[in-house]
Design a protein around this ligand. Sequence first.
Ligand SMILES: [Zn+2]
Length: 159
Amino acid sequence: MQPLAAALLDAAERVRPCATCGNLDTIDPCAICSDPRRDGRQLCVVEDVADLWALERTASFKGKYHVLGGTLSALDGIGPDDLNIPALIARARDNPGAEVILATSATVDGQTTAHYIADRLHEHDIKVSGIAHGVPVGGELDFLDDGTISAALRDRRPV
Ligand SMILES: [Zn+2]
């Protein structure tokens, strides 16, 4: 047990947030920010580090990330300055040709946060997109809720 406890303590002491994106790593900038093979013009905005790693597991995104540290919430008194939003605006503004991809949750707070960020980025003429919502891979329409089916119809694409 003691080596395990020592390893956990060591990890807890060495892991810290990346000053650029908010990811957690033992180096700063983190391994993703300092990877030259990744496209720094694509910034994927996520709520927390768990969401970042969910996207990383798919190995389908080759850009970089920006971790907000939560969502806007009037009820909990969380405003834009409580999140990593001002840094995102500055990062995108200083990055010519940047595209910001909003990947916040499909919850009321997640979508409110996405709308707020999109409005702020449009003020600076920065390209903004949002990940699609709809039918999950392997999903059957019969088992989906009305909101998901409505979103899937709204976000339909040419085939
Ligand atoms: Zn980073």
